[in-house]
Design a protein around this ligand. Structure first.
Ligand code: SF4
Ligand code: FES
Length: 362
């Protein structure tokens, strides 16, 4: 490693268990079972190792992190390690008592996902009856409790018309931050792409609404806007660049540079049960393989954005071109860009309305 890079955050996928079945879930198709999960003590060590390495925050995520019986203990361990703690939750099961326990354990922030505005349509996407109501109730409790709240809304063809109402809802709930995040095509979103992909016109209309709202609500509600790569001209710096900002630890302890890295062939991902986080971060093949710019092909080599987007997303490059080291096809300079656009156009025109819901066992 030539640079003295330090991770900013740890994404702790505490479990893949989840009551919901969202068809765009970023977890892999091959979900980890409960009996393979890391125990409390190992997570505690991982939180301390992450903090020692320089991480400032931990996202307690999943699956649904509340499915872990030891979630308060885990939150407290992360808090005592000195990490800012963010619970990323569906909010199913987040009642007043649970919230009090978590807050006492040192929880700083809660992120609640919503699936849309109309309760029956939102529940249909989540594959969970009553979820929409439960999320709104939990969001109110979080704000009443004085905890910071982010609402995360994943946008796709089935709810893109809800974007204005989603912004209104986030305001009404008292959230400090709203993530309007178009589906990123990893994990379960890939087999559901033809059902999820919005048209370019609908995306552009929604993007304008979001950008207008960002200005209008400045100082009241922070809006993060994650646009779909399929309609982009240049890629995002996925995860802030490979092995640069974030460490993902899966429920069974594999340390990954991003949540979809296990889809890439030819890698061995070290396990935190066997190797320290600092050793994995600094020396493992997986974390160093695409770090920096030396690995880049043309046209990334020498491009003035090489140290801005770090070549985009390796997992998307592999999913579309079969080559993990290819230029991200989201980039208009990539020779595979037209392929990505054609896929998006064909998927957006699809009349498919059936979702393949996320569940353990595929
Ligand atoms: Fe980014 Fe590579 Fe495209 Fe340049 S050519 S903008 S570095 S993906
Ligand atoms: Fe793996 Fe983008 S999701 S690099």
């Amino acid at each position: 490693m030539t640079e003295n890079l330090r991770p900013i955050g740890l994404l702790a996928e505490l479990t893949h268990r989840c009551p919901l079945g969202c068809p765009y879930c970023s977890n892999p198709l091959d979900l980890v079972r409960a009996n393979q999960e890391l125990d409390t003590k190992t997570w505690e060590r991982v939180f301390n190792e992450a903090a020692d390495l320089g991480a400032m925050h931990v996202h307690l995520s999943g699956g649904e992190p509340l499915a872990r019986k030891d979630i308060a203990e885990l939150t407290n361990a992360a808090h005592l390690a000195g990490l800012y703690t963010n619970l990323i939750t569906s909010a199913i099961g987040l009642n007043a008592q649970r919230l009090t326990e978590l807050r006492s354990a040192g929880l700083d922030h809660v992120q609640i996902s919503i699936q849309g505005i109309d309760p029956s349509r939102a529940d249909a996407v989540a594959h969970y009856k009553g979820g929409s109501r439960a999320k709104r109730d939990a969001a109110k409790l979080v704000v009443e409790d004085g905890l910071a709240l982010t609402i995360n809304a994943v946008i796709h063809r089935g709810n893109i018309a809800d974007v204005p109402a989603i912004i209104d809802l986030a305001e009404e709930l008292g959230a400090g931050r709203l993530e309007v995040a178009h589906v990123q095509y990893h994990g379960w979103a890939i087999p559901n792409r033809a059902t999820l992909m919005p048209s370019r016109e609908d995306f552009l209309a929604a993007a304008k609404i979001v950008e207008d709202a960002r200005k209008r609500l400045e100082g009241t509600l922070v809006i993060d806007h994650v646009i779909p790569d399929y309609y982009a001209e240049r890629p995002k710096a996925c995860m802030g660049g490979w092995g640069r900002q974030v460490i993902v630890v899966t429920p069974d302890g594999r340390a990954l540079p991003c949540h979809a890295a296990s889809t890439l062939p030819g890698f061995t991902f070290d396990n935190v049960r066997d190797r320290s986080l600092s050793d994995i971060w600094e020396k493992s093949d997986a974390f160093t393989k695409f770090r920096g710019t030396a690995w880049m092909p043309k046209p990334c080599q020498g491009c003035d954005r090489a140290e801005i987007d770090w070549g985009g997303c390796r997992c998307q490059a592999f999913a579309i071109t079969g080559e993990a080291a290819a230029t991200d096809p989201a980039c208009a300079l990539s020779p595979d860009h037209a392929k990505l656009r054609d896929l998006a156009t064909a998927d957006a025109a699809s009349t498919n309305t059936a979702y393949r819901f996320r569940r353990i066992g595929g």
